[in-house]
Design a protein around this ligand. Structure first.
Ligand code: GDP
Length: 139
């Protein structure tokens, strides 16, 4: 399997509840390497640009409101099959449907406030990593 990079965001709900360390521990325990990391309070334009593919979805306004209400921790993860691997570590979008031991099961509240984001495909991963990390920071 190829070595991939993927974008992780620890969302405002998990940051507010002091779960940054616990989430990073699950990421590292899964064998994913943290290549770069930033803690940022996203502006509305930054969040809207990041989630532009969801602009037509009915929850877009709520999603942008949520993602801008407090700081997030953004990281670029690397590893063999990192995109699918991190989706597995996160669990299903709806924490109620996520498997035991996943980030969303442990720390998510509901389908909107679900603790973390992870890229879902190579194309979105390339866009998302580039959105937050210029090439010179990643090497
Ligand atoms: P993901 O790839 O598992 O994050 O899921 P999606 O791409 O379907 O949705 C992106 C994000 O939008 C999710 O992680 C949630 O934070 C949010 N979201 C998805 N569905 C809903 C919903 O029905 N209501 C609200 N408020 N937010 C949602």
């Amino acid at each position: 399997m190829a070595v991939e990079r993927t974008l992780s965001i620890i969302k405002p709900d998990a940051v507010e509840k002091n779960h940054i360390g616990a989430v990073l521990a699950l990421i590292e325990a899964a064998g994913l390497e943290i290549k770069a990391m930033r803690m940022v309070h996203l502006s509305r334009p930054q969040a809207e640009g990041f989630y532009a593919v969801h602009r037509e979805r009915p929850f877009f306004g709520e999603l942008v409101e949520f993602m801008t209400r407090g700081p997030v921790v953004i990281s670029c993860l690397e590893g063999e099959g990192a995109i699918a691997k991190y989706r597995g570590v996160m669990g299903a979008t709806d924490p109620a449907k996520a498997e035991d031991g996943t980030i969303r099961k442990l720390y998510g509240s509901n389908i909107g406030e679900n603790a973390c984001h992870g890229s879902d495909a190579p194309e979105t991963a390339a866009f998302e990593v580039g959105y937050f990390f210029p090439g010179y920071e990643l090497g």
